[in-house]
Design a protein. Sequence first.
Length: 319
Amino acid sequence: MTRGGKQHKQHATRYANLRHMRISTAVLPLLLRAPPPQASEPAQHASEPSFTLISTSLLAQLLAVEQQACATSPLPPLRNRYFALRHGQSTSNVEGVISSNPAVGTVRHGLTTEGRLQARRAATRLLDAVGRERLGELLFVSSDFRRAEETAKEALGALVKIFEFESAVCLGDPERDGAECDLLVKLPRQLTHSGVRTSTLLRERWFGELDGTELRNYNQVWPRDLVSAAHVHKGAESVDAVTARVRRLVLELEDEFKHLPRGCTVIFSSHADTLQIAQCYLAGVDPRSFSMYRFRNGEVRELRQEADSLVEPVPLTYE
């Protein structure tokens, strides 16, 4: 087999069609366009959600969507390290509306007080995940939406404060001099000079006609994502389109920092769908399954090129 043929086969295998998935039984009335169960029927206990196994071929029939795997080429082996940070709680989260329009998201829907706290708390998780020895090569790259950029700035500021607090403790010890404290808890220059870089390639996924509507309307898109990486239902951005822009950004960063012996450590501050699709794509897992790997506000994950780097999947549910 030629090299090109082998690569094509590997690509096809890597993004082989999903066959079955577990979803909440609550979705079945939606898919079948049937009325929900009557209130008089016995309800499932809240701590014991009911799920069912459904084939993607049947789901495709129910939704009238053709099955299409991800068409974006896999990434080559990467030198940089990549981490994902989902934005903290935003005002749009509290309002319960989909905020995917750049004209709105770049100027409104910033962080709530709780969101700022989540972003600052993420600093300690980043410190542990990245490692102190790699902070000198750290770069924050953020979506230009307010909630993501504010999260990156709060997390970066909190990282700087951690070193300042530690340095103050060290300098307060009469048995240690300034030179020793600099050696032990010296603030990496990169943290105070790099700032936060923004990129439109990390923006929130566009939800078309559903933008500005209630959050439950994600339910009109996510089930179709499980079947097709190319669908654009209601004008939503396809999974393919998101993987393509993530691929472009990663390759740009790989080229920019190819001169560094260990590469760069990059923190992507972005949004749930964008980061979940990115994580599946980098890990070589079918990106259509991204909705089963939900990010919490302020959550940090490393993005590795290993399938076992993903968290345990949670069946797609509807509320």
